[in-house]
Design a binder for this molecule. Sequence first.
Ligand code: ATP
Ligand code: MG
Length: 473
Amino acid sequence: MKEHLKHPIFSIISDIVSTENLESYVIGGFVRDIFLKRESKDIDVVVIGSGIELAQKVAAKAGNPKVSIFKNFGTAMLKFKDLEIEFVGARKESYNRNSRKPIVENGSLEDDQKRRDFTINALALSLHKDNFGELLDPFGGIDDLNNKIIKTPMDPMITFSDDPLRMMRAIRFATQLNFKISDVTFEAIKENKERIHIISKERIIEELNKIVMSKKPSIGFKLLDESGLLQIIFPEFHKLKGRETRNGISHKDNFYHTLEVLDQLVPHSDNLWLRWSALLHDIAKPNTKKFIKGIGWTFHAHNFVGEKMVPRIFKNMKLPLNEKMKFVQKMVLLHMRPIVLAQEEVTDSAVRRLLFDAGDDIDELMKLCEADITSKNEEKVKRFLDNFQLVRRKLKEVEEKDAVRNFQPPIDGQEIIDTFNLSPCKTIGDIKLAIKDAILDGVIPNEREAAYQFMIEKGKELGLTPVINKKNK
Ligand code: ATP
Ligand code: MG
């Protein structure tokens, strides 16, 4: 394994621990990722002794980078070139039932490996010159890497009860790496699901977002569902599950549909918030579902209701309540617009209105909408996608011609007031709206001159007389 420890930081650490005759190892994710040929930027180093002291000695030899010390945790972190290295003394942990904060004592390497969450995360490589690069793998982590298995080094019932965040981590790693969680380990997650309540929402969402950002997020959501965790951490999403049949007519299962949409979006976007928009686009379907005789299942206004549901969901899950949330709301609200357009005749006017409503987010909206086309009927999918190409072409044409993406009215309220010598009143708004509609409907071009003439005409229609006929610049 020596060839993977070529970075100069390892020889600095090795020199120090060999001279002082200390035992020290690279451990955890960095070692796992060597075997998986994944890149990793953070390194964990464990030493039998004091992590803080070792970090300080390493820093002194490495040109004195800043050492951040976390006394309470007995750890120290330093940044060296492109890497972040965390030093910690090997420890033994025991837990109290109501908290995920362990009671910590000094321990051996094996004690330290035992407290790790999964066998694949418990691999260690020695840094001492006597056995530099030697792999220490007491729990069969390499076999599990080869067999693509996530399992705990110790009894999973205890591992998960001690720190229930590990249940989220298990599902997150299974998703990111496309590994299977061993049966015994998965059973223990089911048994311990209620323990997730002692974990902070912030920690949970961090893991959930890693699932959302993975290559195939549906793997994680299905595991969350199967384990029972989904219902606890994201009940609104769990509610999408199931199909109902009436008079022989069934609606689709919106849980699996949504996951398909999210998976389909992945290759087109790594915008976390667009991925959240995919997750939430049909979130109001269970609440708006109705069976109407002669028509079948309807989900009337589920986009409006969905838009209204987003803030509460974001608040409950400790997602940011800022412009990211507003973006998700907008996507949920508009998610059917391009597809409706593609089903009907694609008129310039409809395209202009869509551009006006979506503004700069039009490209993201189109990606979401395209991913939303899921059907077993290949013919149907092809027809939709073809129509979509037409919508995209029209969008481009109209945008080039009329520049309505970030529409600013060419005539403002003040100018209407001045032209007709009005005091503030509703008529001003009416004229503004008429100008906007005329532009969006293609009655007049998106230009000042035309808008000015249109305003004069409109004013006359409303019985107004222009008092100053200027500003025709
Ligand atoms: P990634 O960096 O890709 O998220 P990682 O495995 O490196 O994955 P970190 O959170 O960086 O995860 O943790 C580093 C190592 O610390 C892990 O490999 C594991 O050995 C250990 N570890 C982290 N969190 C826990 C936990 N909750 N319980 C037990 N061990 C943990
Ligand atoms: Mg890591």
